[in-house]
Design a protein around this ligand. Structure first.
Ligand code: NAD
Length: 476
């Protein structure tokens, strides 16, 4: 790995509005969660600049929509190449603002460019709905107009391109707004977009958590592609109602992992550990409630505790670090409070010690013996804390898993694919993985049931969410 670290300067970062890289109306400090030092002063757009970005996207829309899809695809492929070419510069920046280990930052950027290529390879063919002697009915897919892409702080680049790519491929223009704690890498990808796309087709603004509502209420925004918390998702939905905007809402999750009685504890523990702790647990689709059959419960707990104790937590730029800090102070404080609630109601069998010194670090923590009413079980922890819950009857575990208000994903672990499939069929979630986790290739859609949102991202279905199905009904 060839990480190039250059000291960052105020002025290194620019908003992208109407094809021009411009300073913000003011700046906002971006904090490195490993050191609590300022990474850079980031340009912060004001309402006028947000409106300018929407106006630029609106003005660019007709010409962009009129270009053949193959041309739009070719430019998206250039963006994937540009990200690959700049990965050595972007990865350390991502680590500094997000906290994830450098290897994880390289991985995120690699997935981002792979997702661009995978989504851009899709097509929007004309479909024949009906063909008779009297009539021919076809369905075409037209673009919607201006798309607002609003992203969270856990995977800033993946989340950005997973919205940008299908929106642009379908012929829409875009205003991207990253989370205020992780805007820097997104702005750098914006610079790459400035070199590739016509002015106004891609706009990137940054805020202090105050411009999302401006975009979601804007009469010239046709669709909102949003990833974030369920609480904010509700506000987005309410704000979009007056103009009936199209919405994709990828929201929170409290995914169950159901571990059947036939697995080997030593074999399963590292898989469960990864499923819960990857990206320090800050993954919408992380395993957040681990249901383990009573016959193997103690053995699985013991193996998980060993892994948690051995895990190397630290500054993501340091060699050998496996887990970085929590991304921001608010999340750090929330997870610490959830750990204290877990300490009061269950048994902490690894981790759980307060961190001394700067940085929002939490050692991977394993908790056994919790009731389902504990905060760690019924809320989304979004951090490296894993509740291991005991069950005796499989039907009960499934029922407990389904009580959540969320329904994003789930995993089932068993030596018997048939038994696991039966369980999967009964789980009320958008995705169920069997004996694997986080397999999200660009061709396979994912999305949530219940309060995990609606709509899907990725795959053909994800692409079609950026279009209007238009019927052309022709007499013969
Ligand atoms: P968040 O909801 O606080 O913020 C997400 C984005 O919304 C940010 O860009 C924020 O500035 C913006 N925002 C804030 N107020 C807004 C408003 N009123 N209108 C419009 N936008 C507004 O979420 P977060 O804390 O950044 O991310 C963590 C959450 O995201 C977790 O709940 C996690 O599960 C969820 N998430 C879901 C997925 C998924 O695909 N389902 C993926 C990643 C994260």
């Amino acid at each position: 790995m060839n990480a190039q670290l250059k000291p960052l300067q105020t002025g290194d970062f620019r908003l992208l509005i109407g094809g021009r890289l411009v300073p913000g109306a003011s700046t906002i400090d971006v904090i490195n969660p490993a050191t609590e030092q300022v990474v850079a002063a980031c340009p912060r757009a004001d309402v006028a600049q947000a409106n300018e970005a929407v106006a630029a996207a609106k003005a660019a829309f007709p010409a962009w929509a009129a270009r053949p899809l193959a041309e739009r695809r070719a430019l998206l492929m250039k963006l994937a190449d540009a990200i690959d070419a700049r990965v050595a510069e972007l990865a350390p920046l991502l680590t500094q603002e997000q906290g994830k280990p450098l290897g994880g930052a390289f991985f995120e950027l690699m997935v981002a460019s792979a997702n661009i290529r995978g989504i851009a390879a899709l097509d929007l063919p004309v479909a024949t709905v009906k063909e008779t002697a009297e009539a021919r009915v076809v369905r075409v897919r037209s673009p919607l107009g201006v798309v607002a892409a609003i992203t969270p702080w856990n995977f800033p680049v993946i989340m950005m391109v997973t919205k940008l790519t299908p929106a642009l491929l379908a012929g829409n223009t875009v205003v991207v707004k990253p989370a205020p704690t992780t805007p820097l890498t997104t702005l750098k990808v914006g610079e790459l977009c400035a070199e590739i796309f016509p002015p106004g087709v891609v706009n990137v603004i940054a805020d202090a958590n105050d411009l999302g509502g401006v975009l979601t209420a804007h009469p010239d925004v046709a669709k909102i592609a949003f990833t974030g918390s369920t609480a904010t998702g509700r506000k987005v939905m309410a704000s979009a109602a007056p103009t009936l905007k199209r919405l994709t809402l990828e929201l929170g999750g409290n995914d169950a992992a159901i571990v059947l009685d036939d697995v080997d504890p030593k074999d399963i523990a590292p898989k469960l550990f990864f499923a819960a702790m990857v990206n320090s647990g800050q993954v919408c689709l992380a395993a957040k409630r681990i249901f383990v059959h009573e016959s193997i419960y103690d053995a699985v707990c013991a193996e998980l505790a060993k892994l948690a104790t051995a895990a190397k937590v630290g500054n993501g730029l340091d060699e050998g670090v496996e887990f970085g800090p929590l991304q921001n102070r608010m999340q750090f404080e929330k997870v610490k409070a959830i750990i204290e609630d877990a300490r009061a109601h269950g048994k902490i069998i690894a981790g759980g010690q307060p961190h001394q010194g700067p940085g929002f670090f939490i050692q991977p923590t394993i908790v056994s013996g919790l009731p389902d009413s504990a905060r760690l079980v019924c809320e989304e922890q979004f951090g490296p804390v894993m509740p291991v819950l005991k069950y005796s009857k499989l039907e009960d575990a499934i029922a407990r898993a389904n009580t959540s208000e969320y329904g994003l994903g789930a995993t089932v672990w068993s030596k018997s694919p048939e038994r696991a499939y039966e369980v999967a069929m009964k789980l009320d979630t958008g995705t169920v993985w069997i004996n694997k986790h986080l397999d999200l290739p660009p061709g396979v859609p994912y999305g949530g049931t219940k309060q995990s949102g609606y709509g899907v991202e990725l795959g053909q279905h994800g692409l079609e969410e950026f279009t209007q199905a238009k019927i052309i009904n022709m007499a013969k």
